[in-house]
Design a protein around this ligand. Structure first.
Ligand SMILES: Cc1cc2nc3c(=O)[nH]c(=O)nc-3n(C[C@H](O)[C@H](O)[C@H](O)COP(=O)(O)O)c2cc1C
Ligand SMILES: O=C(O)C(=O)c1ccccc1
Length: 426
């Protein structure tokens, strides 16, 4: 077949259209709304609620998307190139594209292969994957599945410093290129979709694989915790939840009693609402890996981060899952970029398409993390679905650069955007 083009954008288009001649369709819908709907159709109500839901009335979740609607690209004609260079420099390395996969917990809500399918897809597509502290598969197994492909480790800092340090050491040992410390989830946000279903996956032993596989965490399991203030009613549903928990425990070589202790200990220790800047400085001392802070929105926090010697920032509001009514992440990006000085600033929250990636880069992001869309791809078609979602986003980014008249992703800047004051409202 003739190739109607070069570069990831045109070759993906060609493949889809040519295969379409034979009646074959992409495994996952290309449009972001149809992708989400396809994932919803595949999943149970509680699993979809956990993945898709946000804080409160989900105003911030909507604001994240609305902010992308307001930013408008401004193309130049007759300055395109045959091939575009999508590569970016980050953490002293050159990455082939400006895309990473965001840390997303409890991927077993989307697919039984969970993080392992994502790790394989990321490695195949050459996109770094940020392993979550709340993963469903231990980081060592995901690292093994990725070969030499780049991965990072996202850290939640609990009340047990030794467990936190153990996570950092394990991340180093399994070849993580950076530690991403998430700052915006020192408390779990108020999430009506999950509350209405009374459903939190961790209580069922889901999304705690990093803990169940951690030698330090495991060494604590025979030390009893004070009895929890609330007990579940003794119902058939509780028996089923207990069976699920016990099966999980078996997979990690834990007895049912140890597994109950593990879920209780996780719940009692996973967050530190009083995490402070001095902890960032301590973490800086614990590891030589580059340190990124995720969840920065205020320019003053960006300046403090720079003073504390971190290596980069991630502007994010956790996909609108934490504070209802907080600023759209994209609206916070320019302020953080200008306060960050020479620190690289990454971005997530609301990225749905390649055009969105271009907008975030034009506003000063060095690279962009994709969140829910790859999770929906995972739900719809497992590893292959994640690969398709990555390919689609990168294809659209490539085509968008070509049509904007931009040779390289790193050349995007304010000159490719309509200045806010003179914007036509969508
Ligand atoms: C289901 C789900 C679980 C998440 N778990 C984590 C996590 O474990 N650690 C973390 O730093 N961020 C977590 N995030 C936030 C993502 O890293 C990212 O900031 C967010 O998904 C971006 O928003 P978007 O998906 O709407 O683009 C989670 C997001 C979702 C949707
Ligand atoms: O669901 C999340 O967004 C998340 O990151 C998380 C992490 C730890 C506990 C609860 C939620």
């Amino acid at each position: 077949m003739t190739n109607i083009g070069s570069g990831p954008g045109r070759s993906r288009q060609t493949r889809v259209y040519v295969r379409g001649l034979g009646g074959e369709r992409p495994r996952v819908p290309v449009g972001p709304d149809r992708l989400e709907a396809a994932a919803r159709a595949k999943l149970s109500a509680p699993d979809f609620a956990y993945l898709a839901g946000g804080a409160g009335t989900e105003r911030t979740m909507r604001a994240n998307l609305a902010a992308f609607e307001r930013v408008q690209l401004l193309p130049r004609m007759l300055s395109g190139t045959r091939e575009r260079d999508l590569s970016v420099e980050l953490l002293g390395l050159t990455f082939p594209t400006p895309l990473l996969l965001a840390p997303v917990g409890v991927l077993e809500c989307a697919h039984p292969q969970a993080d392992l399918a994502v790790a394989r897809a990321a490695a195949q597509e050459g996109v770094p994957f940020v392993f979550s502290s709340q993963a469903s598969v231990p980081m060592e197994a995901c690292a093994k599945a990725m070969g030499d492909s780049p991965r990072l480790f996202q850290l939640y800092w609990g009340t047990d410093d030794e467990v936190t340090r153990s996570f950092v050491r394990r991340a180093e040992a399994c070849g993580a290129r950076a530690i991403v410390l998430t700052l915006d989830t020192t408390l779990l946000g108020w999430r009506p979709r999950d509350l209405d279903l009374g459903h939190l996956p961790f209580l069922r032993g889901r999304g705690i694989a990093q803990y169940l596989s951690d030698p330090l965490f495991r060494s604590r399991l025979d030390t009893p915790l004070p009895a929890p203030a609330v007990q579940p009613p003794r119902t058939p549903a509780l028996l089923r939840a207990g069976a699920e928990l016990a099966a999980k425990g078996r997979a990690f070589g834990l007895t049912p009693t140890q597994m109950r202790a593990a879920a209780a200990r996780f719940t009692a220790t996973y967050t530190r609402p009083d995490l402070g800047w001095d902890d960032v400085s301590r973490l800086r001392e614990w590891t030589r890996l580059p340190l990124l802070l995720k969840g920065i929105l205020h320019p003053e926090d960006a300046r403090e981060a720079a003073r504390r010697g971190v290596d980069g920032l991630i502007v994010s509001n956790h996909g609108g899952r934490q504070i209802d009514g907080e600023v759209a992440a994209l609206d916070a990006l320019p302020g953080v970029v200008s306060a960050a000085g020479s620190l690289p600033v990454l971005f997530d929250s609301g990225v749905r398409t390649g055009s969105d990636v271009a907008k975030a880069l034009a506003l000063g992001a060095r690279a962009v993390l994709l969140g829910r869309p790859y999770v929906y791809g995972l739900a719809v078609a497992g590893e292959a679905g994640v690969r398709e979602v990555i390919q689609n986003v990168l294809a659209e980014l490539d085509l968008t650069l070509g049509l904007l008249g931009v040779r390289a992703a790193r050349d995007l800047g304010p000159g490719h955007l309509v200045p806010l004051a003179s914007q036509t409202q969508p």
